[in-house]
Design a protein around this ligand. Structure first.
Ligand code: ADP
Ligand code: MG
Length: 420
């Protein structure tokens, strides 16, 4: 049996190497249907590998050769369709016919049968989730016909030979299906990486643009302030604050946009929620004092989450800022922040309550929509960004509100460790 190993290895190597080459020319993919030209190339490619297999037969019985030429036919029909399969089969049949000999029609019949079996099982094969298993079934059906033809036409060869031949045939065939499937997945991942890369390039370009626009705005702002200080022009005096306000608004939109444009820049770490809340409150407290709003922070227990610290801070500050802005400046008011362990295991709940203007049902529905704002100088992006960041952290956010009474925003986040 040792003498069989060499031609077997040659046949297996031929098929595998040509398959990898085909994948180089047009990467195997589930999504893109092959064009007519690609199908033709695929048909010729597999015909070529079948031809090479025929050059190195595993066993010869007078003029009859046992080789793996049916594997390319089966595979190309299953994956490529009837046309490349037919092309490959036709070429194999012509070559086999030109070799001639006593068993020429047997050789032709088993080749055509490979095409027929491939066609028969193709549609179910492509839909099946376990292609390797289904491939084994296809090959079993093929064996049935193959063995039947052999027994009824060709004198019986050594049983050991048949066993080695059919075993190697089956293993090669299923290994090829396995490899094709792996290649399809690898190609898909490659495509996705390219796509994500493009997206992040666009995001970075947009961010760079935004950044570039900010610099001239700062210059213009400075000059307007400068001119405004010692001008006698009434009109300029009247409109300068408006210009400045609009410039600030533009700046704010750009800042918000920068956060939207770079959603993928997540740097995940273990975060102490208490610290983030304390930091956020410290940062925003001056704004609260300026608007006559006291901020009250209640922290129950220690909680850690695995997330991006800057994003979490930004999300929380947006909520607190909205609370402060909702409060009537003349009367003043409060925003309380209460953090505790959630009812659901492995969660924390942070509640933000304010006694501001509140929202109607209709307003509640619209909150979080891009550019929805009721403020003359609002951007309508804050809540949208917050919602998105919280969702990216696998958390939830709920809004409850009563007009003239106030608003409660509840944020639920998954924790990693619960020490309370
Ligand atoms: P912006 O603050 O720029 O207006 P947001 O997306 O942060 O944009 O908020 C959208 C709108 O939702 C606000 O204009 C406001 O009408 C409403 N809103 C948000 N939070 C509150 C709150 N705590 N109390 C009352 N209204 C709120
Ligand atoms: Mg806001």
């Amino acid at each position: 049996m040792i003498y069989l190993i060499k031609p077997l290895i040659v046949n297996i190597t031929i098929i595998f190497s040509l398959m990898f080459n085909a994948n180089l020319f047009f990467p195997f993919s589930k999504r893109k249907p092959l064009t007519f030209k690609q199908q033709t190339i695929l048909g010729l490619f597999s015909a070529f590998s079948a031809k090479l297999c025929m050059l190195y037969p595993i066993e010869t019985l007078e003029d009859t050769n046992f080789d793996f030429r049916m594997i390319p036919i089966l595979l190309v029909t299953l994956y490529g369709g009837w046309y490349p399969g037919l092309l490959c089969t036709a070429i194999v049949v012509i070559i086999r016919y030109s070799i001639g000999g006593e068993y020429v029609y047997v050789g032709i019949a088993v080749s055509i049968m490979a095409w027929g079996i491939g066609l028969l099982f193709r549609s179910v094969f492509l839909k099946s989730s376990n292609k390797v298993l289904y491939g084994m079934m296809v090959i079993s059906f093929y064996y049935l016909g193959y063995i039947f033809i052999l027994f009824s036409t060709v004198p019986f060869l050594n049983i050991n030979f048949y066993m080695v031949y059919f075993l190697a045939f089956g293993i090669t065939f299923t290994a090829l299906i396995y490899t094709v499937e792996k290649l399809i997945i690898a190609n898909q991942q490659f495509d996705e990486t390219l796509y994500l890369d493009k997206l992040s390039t666009v995001g970075q370009m947009a961010a760079a643009f935004a950044h570039e626009i900010r610099n001239p705005i700062t210059t213009v702002r400075g000059f307007i302030q400068f001119i405004n200080n010692d001008t006698k022009d009434e009109k300029l005096k009247q409109f300068a604050p408006l210009i400045l306000e609009e410039l600030d608004r533009t700046n704010k939109i750009i800042t918000n946009y920068l956060t939207v444009a770079r959603p993928t820049n997540f740097s995940l770490t273990y975060i102490d929620v208490n610290k983030v809340l304390q930091d956020s409150v410290d940062l925003i407290r001056p704004f609260g004092s300026y608007r006559n709003v006291t901020i009250d922070l209640k922290l129950e227990g220690e909680h850690f989450i695995y997330s991006d610290e800057l994003h979490l801070k930004q999300a929380l500050m947006n909520i607190i800022k909205n609370g402060i802005e909702a409060v009537d400046e003349e009367q003043g008011g409060y925003v309380t922040i209460h953090k505790q362990t959630g009812e659901e295991k492995g969660t924390i709940v942070i509640e933000f309550t304010d006694n501001g203007v509140g929202m109607t049902e209709g307003q509640l529905e619209k909150i979080g929509l891009p550019y929805y704002t009721t403020k003359s100088k609002g951007t309508g992006l804050g809540s949208m960004i917050t919602n998105r960041l919280i969702h990216e952290m696998k958390g939830k956010i709920q809004y409850e509100s009563k007009v003239h009474i106030g608003t409660k925003v509840t944020v639920i986040l998954p924790t990693i460790k619960n020490t309370s």
